[in-house]
Design a protein around this ligand. Sequence first.
Ligand code: UGA
Length: 347
Amino acid sequence: MSLKVLILGVNGFIGNSLTERILASKDWEVYGMDMASDKLENCLDNPRFTFVEGDITINKEWIAYHIKKCDVILPLVAIATPSLYVKDPLKVFELDFEANLEIIRQCVRYKKRVIFPSTSEVYGMSQDAEFSEEDTSLVLGPIHKQRWIYSCSKQLLDRVIYAYGVHEQLPYTIFRPFNWLGPKLDRIDEHKEGSSRVVTLFISNILHHGEIKLVDGGKQRRSFTYIDDGIDALIKIIENKDNCAHQRIFNIGNPKNDVSIKELAELLVQLVKEYPAYKNLADKVKISTVQAEEHYGKHYQDLGFRVPSIRNAKTYLGWEPKMDLKTALLKTLDYHLDGSKRTSSAA
Ligand code: UGA
């Protein structure tokens, strides 16, 4: 019998890429719920995919029924954009923590395997050169810095899941994406300031606004990971060969793609110049600096650097990321800007 996978938030960045890969490379069945299906155009007609449009906080019966019916549950619904952590922290708590806690409890009740998306954000402002799942302390700022409510909500759920593992034998795997990027991360035509994450936002800034704003000068660093590498890891986690992912936490990131946000902005501008129809816009774009408080408000606080240790993923999953940052950005740009017209041939 083929594996039945339940994905809540199936139209999201991770959900839609994972579904597409599963349907193309496995004989598994996918049951998915989301409020929209615009990123699932390649999946909706597949007989092994069942999609239901709905909100996880309302369609509780459908969810309970499918948790019982499926073998593996991925509750991927969450608010994951920093500007919303400071604008609507209670919504972040309600959705990312409360709504997901209900799902986790049902996985406990029905003894179902759950694969939970934690986040690189749980490490907060730790000063470790590499963040390790077992050894790194999770360092957050004061309560008035509301940005940390996302990190804190995810951290508490990680701790709850871990405790259910110890006390109720919950079969779980926790994964922590480190700044995953790729074609369907966020929409580039969304003009609302701050509604996307940095890569999409910068592309949109180059195309529509003529200006990239580096928060506090852009010295802060992130390790960017291409979505296909992330999905490779998730497939191995779902397969769980010889129980290799059972009750473990994995950082899923690319330590080799560690760059400052300023370097990211400069690289993106340089790469957009390779698309003749957009070169003019890239030539004209201005890179400026904005203070964090002005950009995000007084409840924001940033972290300086974030490099994953991927020793666990290498050891237990046999996984390593393959995609360098430049190629990852070109693939993302090809999706938005018509890659067939690009002047360079790499990627
Ligand atoms: C992200 C988000 O919290 C989640 O998507 C996720 O859980 C996690 O990290 C992850 O993907 O690993 P962050 O990296 O701070 O957090 O999010 P971005 O909005 O992508 O910002 C990255 C950096 O770019 C920040 O330092 C931010 O201040 C900077 N930035 C952002 C700018 O300099 N200018 C802008 O216009 C926007």
